[in-house]
Every structure is written in structure tokens, then in C-alpha cells.
Design a protein around this ligand. Sequence first.
Ligand code: AMP
Ligand code: MG
Length: 190
Amino acid sequence: MLINIVDVEATCWEGEPPPGQVNEIIEIGICVLDTKTGAITPPQSLMVRPELSQVSPFCTELTGIRADDVSDGLLFSEACSKLVTEFDVKNRIWLSWGDYDRKQFTRDCEHKQVGYPFGSEHINGKALHAQLTGRGKQMGMARALEAYGMRLEGRHHRGADDAHNIARIVARLMADHGPAILGERSSVAG
Ligand code: AMP
Ligand code: MG
């Protein structure tokens, strides 16, 4: 079975968005994990042009993404179409670390009146990892890598690199606990 591992970056500020702006997805990092082999595809990055906000210096500092990097990016609607055609997101289970990415997708779809591209099966990798390893204690991605003695590859807070690192953790979870951890559940709360 193929699972999409997704990590999004969004416009952000130190506190609340400035008046008139909203948090919007600007990068969709995605890679595919083959649950049979544990193989992970090279992560891809869909850069998305914000329509209702601007990339702040704070956001660039956090993510490394500059306004120029997204000014000729895909429209959010185009990125969603690409997810459907190239990553079969309607049919594959997808996994992200926590529930933030799923919720941010829902918010962007509402703001832009775009249909939610994914099917109904989402796995919260952070909650799954906590259930299996931490007696329920949830950890950030960087901390989970560290606990396994794994290096954080690439740049933290870049969607493509985060997606790749999350996939490495999930591959490790599968190796330790068996592939059924992904196949037998349709959602993990938390
Ligand atoms: P991450 O996947 O951890 O890189 O975070 C995803 C998105 O959450 C970022 O692109 C930001 O929009 C937001 N975010 C993460 N950390 C912070 C922070 N410390 N302050 C404000 N926004 C943040
Ligand atoms: Mg990220």
C-alpha cells in the first residue's frame, strides 16, 4: 500500500495575522511511503502563491521561504488538482505529524472555496507514534527523530524536508511494530 506523507508550511507571524490577512499554505511537502518495502520517494515541494496574505520576515526566518519563492507558485486550487492527479490523494491514506496540516488544508479550502482534495482517511503520525512508543506522550518531529538517534535531514520547517523526515520516522515505526499499524486503522485521534 502507498501512503502519502504530507507537511505544509503556511504564512505566519509572531502573533495573530495582521488585520485582513489569514494563515495560508505556501508549501506542500509530500513523499510516498510504500508500506510493503518501507521505501520512501524523494520528497517533492509544491510551492503555493498566497492570495490573502504575505510572507512576513518572521515567516521567512522560520521556514526559509521568501516571498519571491512563492510569487510565481501554483494557486492553491492548482496545487490541490496536482495532489489528486499526481499523488492520488482521494484514494490513498495520508499521514501528517499532528493535526495541524489537516486543519490548515480545511481552512484554506474554505477561504478559497476549493473542494477538500483528500479522501477521508488521515493518520495523525504524532498520536500514532505516542501510542506505540511513548506511553501516550506526544513529541515534536525533531524530538522523535532524536529519540531514535536519527539525524534531522535537510532544513526543519521546510515542507519537503519535514515530510521526508516524518516518513523516516514512520518507516522506523513500521519496522518495529509491523505495517499493520498503518493499514488497519482509518484514523488516529489526538
Ligand atoms: P512546521 O511543519 O513545524 O514547519 O510548521 C508548519 C507551519 O506552522 C509553519 O509554516 C508556520 O506557519 C506555523 N508555525 C510553526 N511554528 C511556528 C511558530 N513558532 N510561530 C508561528 N507559526 C509557526
Ligand atoms: Mg513543516
